[in-house]
Design a protein around this ligand. Structure first.
Ligand SMILES: *Cc1c(COP(=O)(O)O)cnc(C)c1O
Length: 444
């Protein structure tokens, strides 16, 4: 079984370079076939793997080198092997006592991440399934620490460019709808700090209770970084929980240029990271760092007598005490194995390459007179629109070639096409091809 699966995967990876960047042909009959209930008697593995291969070919190819839509994910093979191992050994890592050495492996990677962001001793990180779940735990920790059980008049400040996972987290966390206070962005689409101050002052004057501010380390639409240091100053003056959404851009902190762009990130009370974006890992790998780990624990921890003795060693935590889950996959190995196998410098180099590629791409597109190109990339996202003609039609022509796949975003009511360079498979050759495709799509 293992041999046939590895054969399928090796072929899948090889095929990525020639596979169409999007394919919806023959979808209906395949969907009908796949809607069947599982049979009472088994089926041969090769036939089933063939079906998996067919299903994986449909849709837009988020694993291919041409994928620059939304925020690209990764899918490092070593990480997938780690998942295979984790599933087969199936040890219990929701608590420290059942598998202390495996928990140590996960804790060591989390400590490395905390150190990377200058988090002090006493900070705590957890691995989640993604940025949205991490944001939920951050909002719940901030809510518990700053509001207790009375949510009336609560105010959580975000910019109008923030990812919708913050609104979703606030909703699930039981905050009233009007707790989300949306602050405008400046002409560069960064959170407007004077407007933030004004909103907080007006809310305080009305007797409301400001408790949290969220800044983005790389926004979803145009990839800009909010003025993190200035927001940190406001949070400190106003005694607000300072949260940073670094799901897209946070992990550029590993690079020297990233540390410059993200200055102030080390002052956050909590930071969301998505290793399934910035560390090129498979989907399902999110992370939350919290400056005061005790506040994260206080918001999530409930003990039951039928469980083993709770861990009293902060270096070897019960992960279930710091998040909503009890039983979960041993997700630490999907970071530990690739980081130890390739070494951290390989990740730094890959992230630096993405920064270089985005700068090169920005210069190429800015040189085309028929395009309006947004400001130079803070990180690795380039947004642009045609000066004349319809942006959606241009997007359809570009994606229709089948070699690259872009997405679009509304910016101040106008549609921009956007290319985010983050996949480990996206290299210079494919981006050169992309520029050629954009040029001829503009001429059509
Ligand atoms: C991806 C992303 C999220 C949401 O993370 P998921 O892993 O998709 O849940 C939040 N914020 C930003 C900026 C993102 O790029």
């Amino acid at each position: 079984m293992g041999g046939s699966v590895v054969d399928l995967l090796a072929q899948f990876i090889e095929d990525r370079y020639d596979a169409p960047s999007s394919d919806y042909t023959g979808l209906e009959p395949l969907l009908t076939r796949l809607a069947a209930h599982p049979p009472a008697t088994g089926t041969d593995l090769p036939a089933l793997l063939d079906l998996v291969g067919q299903a994986a070919a449909k849709g837009f190819d988020t694993a291919g080198p041409g994928f620059v839509g939304y925020i690209p994910g990764g899918g490092l093979y070593a990480s997938a092997l780690a998942d295979l191992i984790a599933g087969v050994i199936n040890r219990y890592t929701g608590l420290a006592a059942p598998a202390p050495a495996l928990v140590q492996m996960e804790a060591s990677v989390l400590r490395w991440l905390c150190d990377t962001f200058g988090m002090p001793p006493g900070s705590q990180a957890v691995l989640t399934t993604g940025g949205s779940m991490s944001t939920l735990s951050a909002v719940v920790a901030a809510r518990t620490a700053r509001l207790g059980e009375d949510f009336r008049g609560a105010c959580l400040y975000v910019s109008d460019e923030v990812h919708h996972c913050v609104a979703k987290a606030a909703q699930i966390a039981g905050l009233p709808a009007d707790a989300l206070r949306v602050v405008p962005t400046d002409e560069h689409l960064r959170l407007d700090v004077p407007a933030l101050r004004a909103a907080i002052a007006a809310d305080r004057a009305a007797g409301r209770r400001p408790f949290m501010v969220v800044a983005s380390a790389g926004t979803i639409n145009t990839g800009v970084v909010d003025p993190l240091d200035a927001v940190a100053d406001v949070a400190a003056e106003q005694d607000l929980w300072f949260h940073i959404d670094g799901a897209y851009g946070g992990l550029f902190q590993l690079t020297a240029r990233g540390r410059l762009a993200l200055g102030g990130i080390e002052r956050a009370d909590s930071i969301v990271l998505d290793p399934h974006k910035g560390l090129f890992l498979p989907y399902g790998t999110g992370c939350l760092l919290v400056r005061n780990g005790e506040l994260l624990r206080a918001a999530h921890d409930v003990h039951a007598h039928y469980l083993p003795q709770p861990s009293d060693d902060p270096g070897l935590p019960d992960f279930s005490s710091y998040g909503p889950e009890l039983t979960r996959d041993f997700r630490g190995l999907r970071l530990w194995l690739p980081l130890h196998l390739h070494g951290t410098q390989a990740f730094v180099d890959a992230l630096d390459e993405k920064l270089d590629l985005a700068r090169w791409l920005h210069a190429e597109l800015a040189a085309l007179p028929s395009l309006e190109v947004a400001d130079g990339p803070d990180l690795s996202l380039v947004a642009f629109r045609p000066r004349t003609g319809d942006a959606d039609a241009l997007l359809a022509r570009i994606n229709g070639i089948g070699r690259v796949w872009l997405s679009s975003a509304p910016v101040r009511g106008r549609t921009f096409l956007r290319m985010c360079v983050l996949s480990h498979r996206t290299r210079r050759d494919r981006l050169e091809e992309a520029v050629g495709i954009i040029k001829s799509a503009l001429d059509d």
